[in-house]
Ligand binder design. Structure first.
Ligand code: AQP
Length: 339
């Protein structure tokens, strides 16, 4: 690890194929940060099993996500792109930090409340504990900066609290990380219900656009996107959430500001042409990513080598922090047998 570079960590679940929400809120920032920072990006399969997964599909989705992140621009020689379950230090640190996290903190988490609604007695403990695993993920790498979408903000606040609590209980052990949320696109909304966040694990494929969706599907979904009835194109997230969501998507996909995008799109007249232009911008931006993905996914040997080499790199760094933590909490060293 280069000593002078600040450290970035972020995780993404292989809980389905990533949406343009994941791309806009997180992945494009992963790519932007990799030149300047020492980056660790993890495909967090241990987080994904907090809801029931089909094992064969999860295994495949994990490999696919590694390929997709590379196709989006991550360079696995620059960024440490690895699978969380290949680095056992994540689970070990999670256990220790469970003993430094309060039940009250976890039961207040919005994501836990939403995902457990209606089945409070049968919700799995892993769903409650999800933020602590996330705390462990981040603190293992002595992270300075965590690029995330707005939905993860509350989990990052816990990370800072637990790091400070642990440091105060012993001595400075963990860096206390900062959160990086993009100014535009921190919360891309569902295409057919703009009051809800776009999510890859939604049961309704019309609610999201996948990075790997075919052009005709992107066109169809955006054509059917829920907007409003006043047929005017301007940016107002509170009163025009559907239209504003599409403007945000267009803005990120074309690299234009929101103002420039509104200027372009409002000149088109009605919602029909507006949606068509948004769809064209999405298709054009995703085309090179999809092409690179199709080349990469058939190269099994390359994906294997990325997974292996980067798991080794991540383990080396993670184990350094874990050893420190074990000493601080009082775990005995493993004595070496005398020769
Ligand atoms: N709609 C979104 N807009 C902006 N950013 C988003 N992110 C997720 N959805 C949006 C960001 O993507 C990163 C990876 O997310 P994740 O896979 O760790 O889990 P998530 O936040 O729970 O995302 P999903 O798509 O909603 O997954 P499921 O459906 O499995 O729960 C994070 O930085 C997140 O903020």
């Amino acid at each position: 690890m280069e000593d002078n570079k600040k450290v970035v960590f972020s995780g993404i679940q292989p809980s389905g194929s990533p949406t343009i929400g994941n791309y806009i809120g997180a992945i494009r920032n992963y790519v932007a940060l990799q030149e300047e920072y020492e980056c660790f990006y993890s495909v967090v399969d241990m987080h994904a099993i907090t809801v029931r997964q089909n094992p064969a599909e999860l295994r495949q989705a994990t490999r696919n996500l590694i390929a997709l992140l590379i196709a989006c621009g991550l360079d696995p020689d620059k960024s440490t792109l690895y699978v969380q379950s290949h680095v056992p230090a994540h689970a070990e640190l999670c256990w220790i930090l469970n003993c430094f996290t309060y039940m009250g903190e976890l039961s207040r988490m919005i994501q836990f409340k939403e995902k457990s609604k209606g089945n409070e007695n049968s919700v799995v403990v892993g769903l409650l504990d999800y933020p602590v695993l996330q705390v462990a993920d981040i603190l293992l790498y002595q992270t300075d900066l965590v690029p995330i979408g707005a939905d993860q903000k509350q989990h990052l606040e816990i990370t800072r609290d637990v790091a400070i609590r642990f440091n105060n209980a012993f001595s400075p052990t963990f860096k206390v990380p900062e959160i990086l949320i993009p100014e535009v696109g921190a919360r891309i909304m569902s295409i057919n219900d703009p009051t809800k966040k776009m999510s890859k694990s939604s049961d309704d494929p019309n609610s999201y656009i996948l990075i790997l969706d075919k052009p005709e599907d992107i066109k169809r979904k955006i054509k059917r996107a829920v907007t409003d009835s006043d047929n005017e194109i301007y940016f107002d997230e509170e009163n025009k959430p559907g239209v504003s969501n599409l403007i945000t998507i267009y803005s990120v996909m074309t690299g234009k500001t929101i103002d420039e995008s509104v200027k372009d799109l409002s000149a088109l007249g009605g919602y029909g042409a507006f949606k068509e232009n948004v769809a064209d911008a999405v298709i054009a931006a995703l085309e090179p990513v999809q092409k690179r993905y199709n080349d990469l996914i058939s190269d099994k040997g390359y994906i294997d080598s990325v997974m292996y080499n980067n798991a080794m790199k991540a383990s080396y760094v993670a184990n350094k922090t874990l050893s420190k933590v074990k000493r601080k909490v009082g775990f005995a060293d493993l004595p070496r047998p005398k020769a």
